[in-house]
Design a protein around this ligand. Structure first.
Ligand code: IPE
Ligand code: MG
Length: 225
């Protein structure tokens, strides 16, 4: 969800105003995913590297997360959205961890096994962290090291690998997002800043995805058989 800071700067607003607008954009995107038949949405909200931002921005983002999870949980339950926190729990405050756990529990109780949307929020997340923590788990449990075992220990083992990864804000890189899971994902880069990403943009992205041929290493001839 890149581009909040630039969205704010364009309007002479503080960066945090951009992050607040980013939350509004996420609410809209959740609704659009449900309307457009997307069953899993995984968003990158705060990376392992974002701790190096100015202290007031980091604390502003932490406060925003606390506030938003508390404020939105009823809304998520009502809309049959199952929320998962994905990331490193180390370095997060007890207050945030409690809020996340409570939101996870409440949405689980509300939707049981029939969510309309699974929402994974990656916070204090990095793709390298995820691979390393999965590997550490295997070693600690003395399990064999292979792709299937590793995949079963990854932070997103409860969902399939993403079909489509969208990066907003005009940069053409993954920035440590879903490194393992992105192996065969279609990538889409848009100039739109995250606060500007709306239902029409989602529809365009899905349309572009629908026009691609996913070969998973096979030849086009093999696929047409
Ligand atoms: C949001 O966008 C990403 C977060 C870390 C919350 P940015 O804050 O990176 O916005 P730009 O790139 O400065 O516009
Ligand atoms: Mg950015």
């Amino acid at each position: 969800m890149d581009g909040n800071g630039r969205w704010a700067a364009k309007r002479m607003l503080p960066r945090l105003a951009g992050h607040r607008q980013g939350v509004e954009s996420l609410r809209r995107c959740i609704r659009a995913c449900i309307d457009q038949g997307v069953s899993v949405l995984t968003v990158f909200a705060f990376s392992s590297e974002n701790w190096s931002r100015p202290a007031d921005e980091v604390s502003g983002l932490m406060d925003l997360l606390s506030l938003v999870i508390k404020r939105e949980v009823t809304h998520l339950c009502k809309n049959q959205v199952r929320f998962h926190f994905v990331g490193d729990r180390a370095n997060l405050s007890a207050q945030i961890l409690e809020g996340l756990a409570s939101a996870e529990q409440q949405t689980q109780d509300a939707v049981a096994d029939h969510p309309k949307l699974i929402l994974n929020v990656c916070f204090n997340y990095g793709g390298r962290w995820d691979i390393a923590q999965a590997m550490a788990k295997l070693v600690a449990q003395n399990r064999p090291i292979n792709e299937a075992e590793l995949a079963s220990c990854m932070a997103l083992s409860h969902v399939p690998d993403p079909d489509l990864i969208i990066r907003t804000g005009g940069e053409h890189r993954l920035s440590n997002f879903l490194l393992w899971q992105a192996a065969y994902s279609e990538l889409l880069f848009t100039e739109k800043l995250w606060p500007e990403f709306d239902e029409a943009e989602l529809a365009l992205a899905i349309q572009s995805y629908g026009q691609r041929q996913r070969r998973f290493g096979l030849t086009p001839e093999q696929l047409s058989k």
